[in-house]
Design a protein around this ligand. Structure first.
Ligand code: PRX
Length: 652
C-alpha cells in the first residue's frame, strides 16, 4: 500500500502486504496452509523429519488418551544432539552459536564446536554429581551462557530441567524446587543488573535450607561476590566442569520423555508446573522458528531479548535457534545500562537481522524517545517479532517505522507457556499484516473463538480463544496434578483447549487478542495471578484482607493495584504501603511488587461474598463506576472513594 493511501487510515485499518523481494526468499510459503489443511498428521510428520531421530515413529499422533497427547509414538531422539552435534557433524562447528554480551561489556564468542565441548563437559559433571535420567534439575541463573549450557546438558542426559527466573524470590524458588523434587540446583553467585551485582546463591541457600531432596548446588562464579559455602553440598562450576572430558556419548530418549517443567501462574495461589516432553516440542519449536523468523542460518544474526526463565527463553533462545543452527546474541543486562541506547548499540555491533521482543519494551523505548535508536545503524534488521501481550497499533507502527525503517515485516506471535511454541502469527513473506493483530493460526494449528455457550462465533465477533486440535508442543500436564490440568484447560469447553484469553475476529477474519479473561494479570508480558499477590499481602501481619487487580498501564500493559484492609490496631501511615510493596517483592519477586497500594476500610462484595474486581478496576483506572446494584452494600464504593483520597501510592 502506498504512503499517501495510508495517511488517512487509522493504524488498525492499515494493511501491509509482504514485499515481493522478501516473499521470494521466505522460508514460509502459502502452500503450507493447504498442506496442513489437507492432511494435518502428514504435515507434522514432514516437519518432524527436519530433526535427527535415532528411532523412527510408528504413529504421528495418539490422541486416544485425550486430553494427553502422544506425538511421534515410539520414536527416540536427543535434544542436544539436534541442537549441537548434528551442526558440527555437518561441518558447521566454526559457526558462532552465541555472541554473549555481558552488561559490563565483557563478551564471549561461542561456536557450535565450543558449545558441544562445554555441554559435553557439563553433562559429564551432572553425571558425576549423581544426576540420572529422569531426575529433576532446578536452574536459577542470570542470563549468561552457562544458563543455556546447563539446559542443554540436562537434555543430553535426559534429566528434565526446571528453570526458575532469577528475579523470583527465595520463597518462589523454594516452592518450585519442592514441587518438582529437584535433587540438584544450578545457580551462580549472582549476576549484574543495572550496573550492580545482585545475589542468587544467597536465595538458593535460603530456599534449600528446608529441602532435604537437594543434594548438590552447582555454582557458577559470575560476580565474585562473597557467598556462604556448605562444602558438603556446594560445588563450584569451575572445579567440577572444567576438569571433565569434552567427549560425551548421548543416549536417545523416547519422544514423550519429560524435557522440562516450567512454572507459570494460574488463577490460584499455587503456580502450575507445566510439563513439556521431547519430540513434539522440538518439532514445533524448530518449525516455527524456521518459518516465522525466516531464519537463514548462514547469514542471519538473531536476538531474542527474553530471559531463559520464561517460556520465550526456552523455545526461542535455547531450543528453536540452536535446533536450526542459528547464530544469536545473548545479552545479560537491562536496556538502559549504561545508557538508553544499549540495545541499539548491540544491534549495530553484531549486525542483528532478526529481533524478537515484547510490547512493554517497545513502549518503553517510545517513551524514551526516537533519538536513542536513531543514533545507531539499524540497517541490518530485516524482521521484527513481538510476544507476551497484545501489541497496541501505535507501538506496532513505531516498531515498524523507527526500528524497522518501514522495511521489516513484523510477526506478532501469540502463544503461552502451555502451548510451548508459537500458535497464532503471520507468516512473513506470506501474510499481509494489520498493526495490532496476530492475524491467524499458523499452518498445522487450529483455533476458534467461542461464545459463553461454546458456539463458534464468526467474523466481526468476539469471545474465548480455544485450540480445537492437539498440537505437537502442547503441554502434557501439570506436574503432579493431572486433575488440575483437565480442570483448567479442558473442562470449560468440551474437547477444546481453553487458553484463558479473550479474542475477536475482525470482518476480514484476522484475530485480535484481547487479554486474559481469568484472574491472571499480564505485567510487562509476565503472568502473575491476583490470588498469588493477595496471598503474599495477607501473609503480612498488618493485613486483614486484600484484593488485587491489574489496571491498564501505558508501559507495562497492566500494573498491579492492591486494595488492602489493615487489621484492627494497625495504623495506616506513610510507611505502610511501602512496607507492603517490599513484602510482596520478598515473597514472590520484584516483578510482582504492586504499582500502587490503597488502604481501604471495606472491599466491594456481592451478596455471596465474591469480591467485585470489576469495580476495583474502575477505581484503579479512574473510570466512572459500572453497575453497583449487585453489591451487598452499595455504599461501600463511596467509602473506598473517600479512603482513596487520603491513601498513599508511592512510586519507589
Ligand atoms: O494472554 C496471553 C499473552 O500472554 C499469555 C501467555 O503468557 P506466558 O505463558 O507467560 O507466555 C508468554 C510468552 C509466550 C497469553 O495467554 N500473550 C502472549 N503473546 C501474546 C499475548 N497476548 C496477545 N498477543 C500476543 N502476541
Amino acid at each position: 500500500m502506498s504512503g499517501e493511501a495510508l495517511e488517512n487510515l487509522s493504524h488498525e485499518d492499515r494493511i501491509f502486504v509482504p514485499s515481493p523481494e522478501f516473499a521470494s526468499k521466505a522460508n514460509g510459503k502459502s502452500d503450507l496452509y493447504t498442506q496442513a489443511q489437507t492432511d494435518r498428521n502428514s504435515f507434522w510428520d514432514e516437519q518432524a523429519k527436519n530433526l535427527d531421530w535415532d528411532t523412527p515413529w510408528s504413529q504421528v499422533l495418539d490422541w486416544s488418551g485425550a486430553p494427553v497427547s502422544k506425538w511421534f509414538v515410539g520414536a527416540k531422539l536427543n535434544v542436544s544432539v539436534n541442537c549441537i552435534d548434528r551442526h558440527v557433524a555437518a561441518g558447521n562447528g566454526q559457526r558462532v552459536a552465541i555472541h554473549f554480551e555481558g552488561e559490563r561489556g565483557d563478551t564471549q564468542t561461542i561456536t557450535y564446536k565450543d558449545l558441544l565441548d562445554r555441554v559435553s563437559q557439563t553433562a559429564n559433571a551432572l553425571t558425576e554429581l549423581g544426576i540420572k535420567t529422569g531426575d529433576r534439575v532446578a536452574i536459577y541463573m542470570p542470563m549468561i551462557p552457562e544458563a543455556v549450557i546447563s539446559m542443554l546438558a540436562c537434555t543430553r542426559i535426559g534429566a528434565p530441567h526446571s528453570v526458575v527466573f532469577g528475579g523470583f524470590s527465595a520463597e518462589s524458588l523454594r516452592s518450585r524446587i519442592e514441587d518438582a523434587s529437584a535433587s540438584v540446583v544450578i545457580t551462580a553467585d549472582g549476576g549484574f543488573r543495572k550496573g550492580s551485582p545482585f545475589g542468587l546463591k544467597s536465595a538458593v541457600d535460603e530456599a534449600v535450607a528446608s529441602i532435604p531432596s537437594v543434594k548438590k548446588v552447582l555454582v557458577v562464579k559470575r560476580t565474585e561476590q562473597e557467598v556462604n559455602w556448605n562444602s558438603e553440598r556446594d560445588v563450584w562450576w569451575d572445579d567440577i566442569v572444567s576438569k571433565q572430558s569434552t567427549s560425551h556419548t548421548p543416549e536417545f530418549f523416547d519422544s514423550e520423555h519429560p524435557l522440562f517443567i516450567l512454572y507459570t501462574s494460574g488463577t490460584t495461589g499455587k503456580p502450575k508446573g507445566i510439563l513439556h516432553t521431547t519430540g513434539g516440542y522440538l518439532t514445533q519449536v524448530a518449525y516455527t522458528y524456521r518459518v516465522i523468523f525466516d531464519i537463514k542460518p548462514e547469514t542471519d544474526v538473531y536476538w531474542c531479548t527474553a530471559d531463559v526463565g520464561w517460556i520465550t527463553g526456552h523455545s526461542y533462545v535455547a531450543y528453536g535457534p540452536l535446533a536450526n543452527g542459528a547464530t544469536q546474541v545473548i545479552y545479560e543486562g537491562t536496556p538502559d545500562t549504561p545508557h538508553k541506547g544499549r540495545w541499539w548499540e548491540i544491534v549495530a555491533k553484531y549486525g542483528v537481522t532478526i529481533l524478537y521482543t515484547a510490547p512493554t519494551a517497545i513502549r518503553t523505548f517510545m517513551k524514551w524517545g526516537d533519538e536513542f535508536p536513531q543514533a545507531h545503524d539499524l540497517s541490518s534488521l530485516r524482521l521484527l517479532g513481538s510476544v507476551g501481550e497484545p501489541i497496541n497499533p501505535e507501538a506496532w507502527m513505531w516498531y515498524r517505522e523507527i526500528i524497522g525503517s518501514n522495511n521489516c515485516p513484523i510477526v506478532d506471535t501469540w502463544w503461552q507457556t502451555e502451548t510451548g511454541a508459537i500458535m497464532i502469527s503471520p507468516l512473513p513473506g506470506v501474510t499481509a499484516t494489520k498493526p495490532g493483530s496476530a492475524m491467524g493460526p499458523i499452518p498445522g494449528i487450529n483455533a476458534e473463538i467461542l461464545d459463553d455457550a461454546g458456539t463458534a462465533v464468526g467474523h466481526g465477533s468476539g469471545g474465548y480463544l480455544v485450540l480445537t486440535k492437539p498440537w505437537p508442543a502442547m503441554l502434557r500436564g501439570i506436574w503432579g496434578d493431572m486433575e488440575r490440568y483437565k480442570e483448567t484447560y479442558w473442562s470449560r469447553f468440551d474437547s477444546r483447549y481453553f487458553a484463558g484469553d479473550g479474542a475477536k475476529w475482525d470482518e476480514d477474519g484476522a484475530i485480535w487478542l484481547l487479554g486474559r479473561v481469568d484472574d491472571v494479570m499480564n505485567i510487562s508480558g509476565h503472568r502473575i495471578s491476583t490470588t498469588e499477590v493477595e496471598s503474599a499481602l495477607v501473609s503480612h501481619p498488618t493485613v486483614a484482607e486484600a484484593a488485587v487487580v491489574g489496571a491498564a498501564d501505558e508501559t507495562t500493559g497492566q500494573g498491579i493495584v492492591a486494595f488492602v484492609i489493615l487489621r484492627a490496631g494497625s495504623v495506616d501511615g506513610p510507611g505502610v504501603a511501602k512496607e507492603l510493596r517490599a513484602h510482596v517483592a520478598k515473597e514472590i519477586g520484584a516483578i510482582a511488587r504492586p504499582r500502587q497500594i490503597l488502604i481501604v476500610a471495606e472491599l466491594p462484595k456481592t451478596r455471596s461474598g465474591k469480591i467485585m474486581r470489576r469495580l476495583l478496576r474502575d477505581v484503579a483506572e479512574n473510570r466512572t463506576l459500572g453497575d453497583v446494584t449487585t453489591l451487598a452494600d452499595p455504599t461501600i464504593m463511596n467509602l473506598i472513594g473517600e479512603g482513596l483520597k487520603s491513601s498513599t501510592s508511592d512510586d519507589d
